[in-house]
Every structure is written in C-alpha cells, then in structure tokens.
Design a protein around this ligand. Structure first.
Ligand code: PEP
Ligand code: MN
Length: 264
C-alpha cells in the first residue's frame, strides 16, 4: 500500500506556509466550528494566534445533522477565512463537502478537510487526489482504522500524497461523550503508515471540560498536532458550543500541551 511504512519508511512531512506538519513539531489548529461572521472570526483568529495556534480552522460549509440547522456562510465564509489568513499569517483549514466545490475552496484556503461523514465518499476522495493542496482526512463516524487508511489510499493513489490523518472519535454505546476518542489510533497510524496524524478532542468528546485532558493525552500518545474548537461566547455559538473552549481556556490548554510536548 502507498500509505505503508514498507512503501515509504520515512515519515511524510507536509509544508503549509511557514508551518510543517509531521516533522516532530506540534501543530495546533484552532478556531470556531463555523465561520459565523467577519468581525467575530477575525477577533477569535487573532486571539488563538496570540495563544499559540499555528493554524486556523472554521467551517464555511457545514455538514449538519438537520437540514434546518445553520449550514454555514458558504462563499462569504471562504472570503472571511482568506482575510483571517492575511491578517494573522496563519494557514487556514476548512471542510469541502462536494467535488463541485473543490476548486473554489482551494482558491481560498491552505488545507482541504474531508469531514467524518464524507470519509468514504470515494468520488470526493478521488477528486482531492488531483489537487495540489494537503488534505486533512477525518476518521469516519463508525470507521475502522483499516477503512480510514484505505480512504487515504484513494487520495494518494489518485495523485496527492499530502494527506494528514485526523482522529475525531468514533460511535460507541457510551452516551456521556458525543464520541469515544480512540487514542490508540495515534500510535497505530504511526506504525501502519508514514502519514502525520492529528487529534480533534472537541468532536472527540463533545464536552469542553474534556478537551484539555484529551488534548494532553493525545500529545502523550505521540500525535503530530491537535485541532480544537474555540469560540468567544460558546453558549451563543451557532454550532458545537458545548465542546468549544473560550480563548482563555484555549490559552491555558496550549501552555499545558506545549510543556508536555517539550518533555517528550
Ligand atoms: C468539523 O471539524 O468541522 C467537523 C464537522 O468535524 P467531523 O467531520 O469530525 O464531525
Ligand atoms: Mn464542529
């Protein structure tokens, strides 16, 4: 397999702007679940940068469970993301849900995210294989490690070797947490593949109080980065407020995970 250590013994490092993912540094991607408006996004982007984020996130197209929930600002959201990138100098990650949107999304952002719900959208994966931008591939809601790796194979075998794996929790019988964060995926992906792997403790738990401890555990497990949802006013967020950190809580989490990462 193209993802395997047998095929490529050395780890894949992915350069994005001034940042590198997979070189032993700790990538910290932060921002709100969704881009909700220009002012608010630019403000939170500045705040997470000051706190130590190395990349920005924010959804412009949101894969919501209900069609009646906020679906994202779409094109306007992409423009805001590009402005935040200019303002902060940080690379930007956003989700692309449909092959028809790949070209437009790629014009505005640095990394294209495949959401958990699209991990086995094989046509989307193939089309992303033709793009010259890194792809952040989230693990499917109920996907095995093998299925997730095969999804990466779809992208790489179609021509794009810049794939970042992202563990974001899987469905189990447990109800206290939104998902069960499978941190064994981190050392497993490292053993089975040469790809960088990051962890999303926000979607992985659904509860902001669990984000810092699970981010710390993810760093302990050897991940290349974390992706965390941050909102100025989580109780007013249009999506995923209960799992979003305030900028202050994010800043203290960053201090902790950086110390842990240095000690490793
Ligand atoms: C997201 O990161 O914005 C998201 C929707 O996550 P997931 O696809 O993991 O549910
Ligand atoms: Mn979210």
């Amino acid at each position: 397999k193209l993802t395997s250590r047998e095929f490529q013994p050395e780890p894949t490092c992915i350069k994005v702007g001034d940042a590198v993912i997979g070189d032993g540094s700790l990538t910290i991607i932060a921002g709100p679940c969704a881009v909700e408006g220009r002012e608010a996004f630019l403000e939170v982007a500045q705040a997470v940068k000051e706190a130590g984020a190395t990349m920005l996130r924010g959804g412009a197209f949101k894969p919501r469970t209900s069609p009646y929930s906020f679906q994202g600002l779409e094109r306007e959201g992409l423009e805001i993301l590009a402005e935040a990138r200019e303002l902060t100098g940080l690379p930007v990650v956003t989700e692309v849900m449909d092959p028809r949107m790949i070209d437009i999304v790629a014009q505005y952002v640095d990394i294209l995210q495949v959401g958990a719900r699209n991990m086995q959208n094989f046509f989307l994966l193939r089309e992303l294989g033709k793009v010259d931008k890194p792809v952040l591939l989230k693990r499917g809601l109920s996907s095995t490690i093998e299925e997730w790796i095969m999804a990466a194979e779809y992208i790489i075998s179609s021509g794009n070797s810049q794939v970042i794996m992202c563990e974001r929790g899987i469905r189990t019988f447990e109800k206290y947490t939104r998902n069960t964060l499978d941190l064994s995926a981190v050392p497993l992906i490292k053993q089975l593949t040469h790809l960088p792997v990051i962890v999303d403790p926000s979607h992985g738990t659904g509860k902001w109080e669990l984000v810092e401890p699970m981010a710390a555990a993810a760093v302990g497990a050897g991940c290349d980065g974390i992706m965390v949802e941050v909102h100025q006013n989580p109780s007013e967020a249009l999506s995923d407020g209960p799992q979003s950190l305030t900028p202050d809580n994010f800043a203290s989490m960053v201090k902790k995970v950086k110390m842990l990462h240095q000690a490793m």
